[in-house]
Design a protein around this ligand. Sequence first.
Ligand code: PMP
Length: 331
Amino acid sequence: MSYSFSDQTTLSQELESLLRKLHSQVGNAITDDKYILFGAGSTQLLNAAVHALSHLNSSFPASAVASIPYYALYQMQTEFFDSADCSFQGDPARWKNATNTTGDIIEFVTAPNNPNGQLNEAILHGPNVKTIHDRAYYWPHFTGIPSPADEDLTIFTISKLTGHAGSRFGWAFIRNEEVYQRMNTFLQLNTMGVSRDTQLRAMKLLKVIIEDGGREIFEFGYKTMTKRWDRLRKTLSMSNRFSLQKVAPENCTYFQKVREPTPAYAWVKCEREEDKNCIEILNAAKILGRGGSVFHDDDRYARLSLIRSDDDFDMLISRLESLVSKEDGAK
Ligand code: PMP
């Protein structure tokens, strides 16, 4: 078996056409007139994108930003791999009026956002702003699909579509040819393309999804997530101590109705003044999650995953129920 250069093998071409078909069935991305690249998960593509967008038109180092709370990998990767070309600068709010900075600004926009499920939009605009749209969770099991993404650089992953995170497969749609070429060079030099075994696995999965226009997987995913959110909301509605994020209902062109969002994560807030470290309180009740500071936010927040197995979810609910029942003045 020879190497797989993204756009040269029959396998890659077939995979590419399956991906374009899937997006047109789901209505979550416009793929016409866009280049496509595969990566070892979206993780590798995020790295390739930062490389491609740094130094694109400017000889000054770029600055990368993401709205708080943000997925920690953006910062960790930018700092670990490419500090000479691009430095991470935190939240974009402080750059809002700084349109005449010397270098380019790269904004990561995550919609729906990890950790809080909000459909984030870009904060910064202008000639020196480049945006990386991370759409890992933009699928009908997690959110309404109000309109198809039609951005210059959009990244998806199979990890949150089917749950095959360990297969390491992601893809990017890129409008600009130079950005595509620079990302492609990065991917070829980094791993010489994506494993053919992985591509084969992704192809099999996509074929099954596409067969019925995604009905089976998305209806199952939406129903499962809705049941989990209903149980979680009911449990925490008894509490004065813990609250959940509010995400606005969205029109879903896939299910053809307005629907409540069912994000992959609960973003829990500890409301009591003395509960300054929410994850410590949850950990003490044998509930695992991540503290707010992991996402560069306040430790009054904690993220709980709602996309684990049914057994894990049942255990999470039962431990939350027991924690809430011990509250003074629980409702
Ligand atoms: N982006 C976001 C917002 C994520 O939450 C994750 C995984 N947790 C990734 C990217 C990375 O996913 P992958 O498995 O495709 O590398």
